[in-house]
Design a protein around this ligand. Structure first.
Ligand SMILES: [Zn+2]
Length: 73
C-alpha cells in the first residue's frame, strides 16, 4: 500500500496536505467535529451543555464589571 502525499479529511472530505503522516483531518474544527460525532448522543448532549456554559462564562467575563466578577463566583 502506498500513501499519497495529499489525502482527504475524514470529516469534510476536502483534500488537504497532512502536516503529519497520520493526520486525518484538515483542521482542528474537523477533528473536534469527528470527535463529537463519535460520541454517544448522551455524551454529545453533555458536551453541548458544557460548551454553552463555557460560552456564558466567556460572555460574562467580557461584559462584567471588575467588581461583578468576584461576586459571581
Ligand atoms: Zn476537514
Amino acid at each position: 500500500m502506498e500513501d499519497a502525499l495529499s489525502t482527504h479529511c475524514w470529516t469534510c472530505l476536502a483534500p488537504f496536505m497532512p502536516k503529519r503522516k497520520d493526520a486525518r483531518y484538515c483542521s482542528v474544527a474537523c477533528r473536534v467535529r469527528a470527535y463529537r460525532l463519535a460520541m454517544s448522543p448522551a455524551a454529545r448532549a453533555k458536551a453541548r451543555v458544557l460548551d454553552a456554559k463555557r460560552h456564558r462564562v466567556a460572555y460574562a467575563a467580557r461584559f462584567a464589571k471588575p467588581m461583578d466578577k468576584e461576586a459571581s463566583e
